[in-house]
Every structure is written in structure tokens, then in C-alpha cells.
Ligand binder design. Structure first.
Ligand SMILES: [Zn+2]
Length: 637
């Protein structure tokens, strides 16, 4: 994923725009008053969360993505907008500066420090002090080989043993702090962070040291499980325990299994299930899933029966469980997971342990049982509905209604219309309901939701398969037009002549919706206006560095190099631009229809209606022109 895409995927355009514009939902998009032109009557400004774009259908008649929005709002150029949005999204902009090089060298030193600590702890397992720790690991079913492989160890029961070992190796106190190996006293001194604990070295996907997890030996100690503090190296949101050893199998099996505890990971690897990892935090976040998606899109969540069970199905468990090798309970958040799943186009499934058992216990008892548990993994929605039904008396109408109320919002979160239908059928079968009853509840719920929705962080309603298709077609056409333009820039003149002959406006950056495409179009027109010799080269030189990748993709495609018939290329361009505009006009019209509908229900004053009718008329006329022009081009070709 490019930096630009990464930023876009992390920033919700509805959140961003809502900071300036009061939005309200209408169908699959949001509308409000355009912040860029004076208007109080007609909310002609629309935001489309699915494509991450916005558009003013009023005076401005322009639109774009989050970059364009921020550029226009703040009057910034692209790189200023990029810096702001990257910062907001928590995305680092890569550039190898001397400072960065120095920082990288410092990281190397901290990693080496952590390696020293890991091998020190490991060596202590072989001493009398570490005997209890070693015995514990054997008792939990680990072999000597596994203990070696995972580099497990023992942190001595001392406030300065580890510290003086590291200082003896030439490290500074400041470095011990940066690596998260010591705690600071109020008085200013430092002391060892990990004491009398079993240590689990935590490595990144490349196998480099980042920190430690540590569990108690003395049942009186608190907390039971302790991780390194957040440091430059130890970033919980990007780490998965075991990923360095699991990576290869995850790719090979095209599946990753997520369990809760570090010991679960180790015991499963020992039993040959080497595609297993564990998250550092308690809730799976999108960063972690996105990270895993580099290896596979098929993700199985193995939850223990409590977490998946009656109390916790939808909310996650609040009380921390006393599991010995877990930092905290892994929270199962069905809504959040579904959203991540949709956004990342991943396939997330859930499976549960037999009641009262943890994965390590399951696999130590019968290694083959683990495979059967994995085979039972189900889509999130199915998991939730079955779990709810399994713990309830579904002959009770109230109970049925309650389950429907919990499951239905999840079903509506699923982007695919086909899947939604299948889930509704499944729910109806499970609760022995007539499926039409479910559809009935759905309509009532949706229409009341529409009328009263504020921007409340709920996901936008998903477009149906057909609507998605239209959105994709719009974007695909934008790409196609730019590819055609880049391959033969001088075609713009003929294109503009055709457009003007049909009483349509000339090509402009506003025909495109992303900042990248808008800039590329702008530069291309500039190059022609300045009579530049090499248009492509001009665009390449002037384009922001961060948008080069988009340009490369357009040029790389170069699908028209083979096309000898130049008329065909021109004709394709003219029709594509017209079709693109037709799609946008139809979008605007359905938007306006929706607004009129909604206002009728709200019975607000009639002047709004008049404005909308005027706008509707404008767009209808425009659509007529486009339709005629397209029909004409068929006749003449
Ligand atoms: Zn406007």
C-alpha cells in the first residue's frame, strides 16, 4: 500500500469533514452545507464514505478526496496537506535524513542491548536461581528444545542484577531507560523492571528484539503479566507475538490463527501449528490486522469459551480474567472486527475452545483436536448468532426479538448484499422465524434511522452490490481517461471541441475525484498550455513526490501503445469522459431525490424544495445533453 493509500485508509472522511461541516446521513452518503461557497438553503455538499470522496453539487461544482478537502480548506499545497494528514493518521513519511540514519543506528544499539538481556535471562534458567522457572515451563508442557527456540528465560529476584550486567557491557543508564529495561524512582534513580519473572523475548516480524513479556512466579506478585513499556522499539499496535516464527507458515497455509496467550502460541508451535500468533493488546486493532494482511487475508480468531460466551459476545469482557500467562482478556468486538474485515477485505472467522480449556491445554491433551477446532471456525456474524441462540430459550418471543436486535445491526454492516441475504436466512432458520419478518423489522429500523441520524460514528450504510459497482465504475473510468490522456495528451484539444460542440464544459481537474488524479490532470493541461515538448516528462517533474506512484501506475499500464488506430483512442477518450460525467450526474440526482424525500417527511419550509427542484432541473438538463452527445457519438462512429 502506498503512503497515500495508507493515510486514506486510516482517516474517516466523515470524521474529517464533520469538523467543519455539520453532516447528516442520507442513504449511503452524508450531506451538509458546502464550506467553500456561501449557502444557507440547499445542502449541496455531499460526502461519500465508500469512495472516500466529497463533492459540492452547487456553486463550486468540484470535489475530491481528503487531501483535496484539506488543501482547499486550509489553502495548503499538496505536501502541506500530506504532512498534516500523515501526522493525523499516525503514518510516518519516509525520508532518509541524517537524523533518521542516526536514529536507526541508535535503534540497532538498543536492539543489541535487549539481545544481551535476553541471553542473560536465558542463561539464568540453568542456575539454581532459575530452577523454579524452568520447572514451571516443563510443567506447562514445554520441551527443552522449545524453551531454547523461543529463548525463554528468568529475570532474577533483584533490583539491580540486570542493570549492572548491562552497564558492565558498556550501555548507559539512558539507554536502559529507552529500551524499557528499568523503572525510574521518584528520587531519580533507576531499578530493574523485570524481577523474579519468566521472560518471553518479543521480536518483530523480522526477528529483531523489541522488548519482553514477563509472567510472575510468585503468586503474590502483581501484575500477573507484564510487558515492556511503550518504547521506540516496542510498539504494541504493530507487534504480534510469534510472528517472526509464524510468518512462513502463515503464507504457506494462507491462514493465521490468533490466540490470547504467549504460552498458547509456544505450545501450539511445539505441536506443529506454526501459523499461530498472539496480539500484545487486549483488542485486535486495525493496524495489527492490516499488518497480518501482508501475509494472508484469512484470519481465524481462537477465543476461549468465556470470551465468546453469553456475557461477552457483543461487548467484550470487562473483568480481567486471572489467567496466568495472559496480560488481559482478548476483547471480542464483533462490530469493530466486521468493520476492519470490510475495510481490509479480509476474511475473519471465529472459533471457540471447549468450555474451561485454553488452547495450550487442548493441544497438549490431543494435538489433532486443534485442527478440528480450526475447521469449525465461522464468520463473525454466524458465530455471534449461534452463540446467542445457544445460550437462550428461543421459544420465548422476547428472547427471539432480543437476539434479532443484536444480530441485525451486524448483518447490516456486511458489505456484500449476497452475504447479508444468506445471514438473514440463517438467522431466520436458527430462530425459526419467517424471513419476511426480519426484512420487515429491517425496513422500519432503517427508515427511522435515516430520519434521525446524526454523525455518531456508526458506519455508513453499505451500498448494495449494484451501487458498489457504480462507484467502482466511476473510479475505473477516471483511471481509464487519464491513461488515455497521458498516452496522447494532444487529444485534449479534440476532446474539448467535442465537449463544447455538445454544449458541455471543457475537461478540467474537477472531472477527477482523487488528489493524485486532479494534480496529474492539472499538470497535463498546464504542459499543453505552455507548449511543453514532453508532456509526460513535465507532469513527472512537477508532480509531488508522494503522487509519483499513482503516475507510474498510469504510465505503466500503457495499454494503448499497441493501438495503431488513433481515431479509436480519441473516440474512447471522448466517450469515457462523457460516461464519467453521466455517472457523476446520476449520483447527484439520486442525492437530490433523497434530500427532497427526506425534507417532505420533515415538513420543513418550501423554499428548500424549490432550491432542490432548481438543482434537479439543472442536473436533468445536463444529463440530457450527455445522453444526446453519447448517442451522437455512437451514430458517427
Ligand atoms: Zn460549494
Amino acid at each position: 500500500m502506498s503512503t497515500i493509500d495508507e493515510i486514506k485508509s486510516r482517516i474517516d472522511i466523515v470524521d474529517l469533514v464533520s469538523e467543519t461541516v455539520k453532516l447528516r446521513r442520507s442513504g449511503k452518503s452524508y450531506t451538509g452545507f458546502c464550506p467553500f461557497h456561501h449557502n444557507t438553503k440547499t445542502p449541496a455538499f455531499a460526502v461519500f464514505p465508500d469512495s472516500g470522496t466529497w463533492r459540492c453539487f452547487g456553486e463550486c461544482n468540484e470535489g475530491g478526496d481528503i487531501f483535496k478537502f484539506v488543501m482547499k480548506k486550509e489553502g495548503w499545497d499538496f505536501s502541506e496537506a500530506l504532512r498534516y494528514l500523515a501526522d493525523r493518521a499516525g503514518v510516518k513519511l519516509e525520508k532518509m535524513t541524517p537524523e533518521k540514519k542516526a536514529a536507526e543506528e541508535e535503534f540497532e544499539r538498543l536492539r543489541a542491548l535487549l539481545e544481551e538481556a535476553a541471553s542473560y535471562y536465558h542463561s539464568l534458567l540453568r542456575t539454581p536461581a532459575g530452577q523454579a522457572a524452568l520447572n514451571y515451563l516443563y510443567k506447562r508442557g514445554l520441551t527443552q528444545e522449545t524453551i531454547e527456540t523461543f529463548g525463554l528465560g528468568y529475570a532474577p529476584d533483584s533490583y539491580e542484577a540486570t542493570m549492572s550486567m548491562l552497564l558492565g557491557k558498556g550501555y548507559a543508564v539512558e539507554e536502559l531507560k529507552q529500551a524499557g529495561m528499568v523503572n525510574e524512582r521518584d528520587s531519580g534513580g533507576v531499578y530493574d523492571k523485570f524481577r523474579n519473572r519468566i521472560t518471553f523475548p518479543i521480536r518483530d516480524a523480522a526477528g529483531k528484539m523489541t522488548g519482553f513479556g514477563a509472567r510472575i512466579l510468585n503468586p503474590e506478585d502483581q501484575p500477573k503479566f507484564l510487558n515492556s513499556p511503550q518504547t521506540a522499539l516496542f510498539d504494541k499496535s504493530h507487534l504480534m507475538y510469534g510472528l517472526d516464527r509464524a510468518r512462513k507458515t502463515i503464507r504457506g497455509n494462507d491462514q493465521v490463527v490468533i490466540v490470547e496467550g504467549y504460552l498458547d502460541v509456544i505450545v501450539l508451535h511445539q505441536a506443529g501449528y506454526t501459523n499461530t500468533v498472539s496480539p500484545m493488546g487486549t483488542a485486535l486493532n486495525e493496524d495489527q490486522l492490516r499488518y497480518l494482511k501482508k501475509y494472508t487475508r484469512r484470519i481465524v480468531l481462537a477465543l476461549d469459551a468465556d470470551a465468546a460466551g453469553e456475557k461477552a459476545t457483543l461487548r467484550g469482557l470487562d473483568l480481567a480474567r486471572n489467567a496466568l500467562d495472559r496480560e488481559e482478556e482478548l476483547v471480542f468486538d464483533a462490530h469493530g472486527l466486521l468493520r476492519h474485515e470490510a475495510r481490509l477485505q479480509a476474511d475473519v472467522r471465529v472459533t471457540t475452545m471447549p468450555p474451561g480449556m485454553d488452547p495450550d491445554e487442548v493441544v497438549l491433551q490431543d494435538a489433532a483436536e486443534w485442527q478440528r477446532i480450526l475447521d469449525r471456525a465461522k464468520p463473525i456474524v454466524v458465530h455471534v448468532m449461534e452463540t446467542l441462540a445457544a445460550h437462550a430459550n428461543i421459544d420465548d418471543a422476547k428472547v427471539k426479538a432480543d437476539i434479532v436486535a443484536q444480530v441485525q445491526p451486524l448483518i447490516e454492516d456486511v458489505p456484500s448484499a449476497v452475504e447479508r441475504d444468506a445471514y438473514r436466512q440463517q438467522l431466520a432458520r436458527l430462530l425459526r422465524l419467517d424471513e419476511r419478518t426480519l426484512l420487515g423489522t429491517q425496513r422500519v429500523r432503517e427508515s427511522s434511522r435515516r430520519r434521525h441520524t446524526r454523525v455518531d460514528g456508526l458506519p455508513a450504510e453499505r451500498p448494495s452490490a449494484q451501487e458498489t459497482h457504480v462507484e467502482d465504475r466511476g473510479l475505473a473510468l477516471e483511471t481509464h481517461c487519464l491513461e488515455l490522456l497521458l498516452s496522447k495528451p494532444e487529444n485534449v484539444y479534440s476532446l474539448d471541441r467535442s465537449l463544447q460542440a455538445a454544449n458541455l464544459t471543457r475537461l478540467s481537474r474537477n472531472d477527477f475525484s482523487s488528489a493524485a488524479y486532479q494534480q496529474i490532470c492539472e499538470l497535463l493541461l498546464q504542459a499543453l498550455a505552455q507548449d511543453q515538448l514532453d508532456t509526460q516528462e513535465y507532469v513527472r517533474q512537477k508532480l509531488s513526490e508522494e503522487l509519483q506512484e499513482a503516475l507510474q501506475q498510469l504510465l505503466h499500464a500503457n495499454r494503448f501503445a499497441e493501438e495503431k488506430n488513433e481515431d479509436k483512442i480519441l473516440e474512447d477518450l471522448i466517450r469515457s469522459v462523457m460516461n464519467l460525467r453521466l455517472i457523476r450526474v446520476n449520483e447527484a440526482l439520486s442525492q437530490l431525490r433523497f434530500l427532497q424525500q427526506e425534507e417532505k417527511e420533515d415538513e420543513e419550509d418550501e423554499s428548500d424544495q424549490k432550491d432542490w427542484m432548481k438543482k434537479t432541473l439543472e442536473f436533468t438538463l445536463l444529463r440530457g445533453k450527455l445522453d444526446r452527445a453519447l448517442a451522437q457519438s455512437v451514430l458517427t462512429s
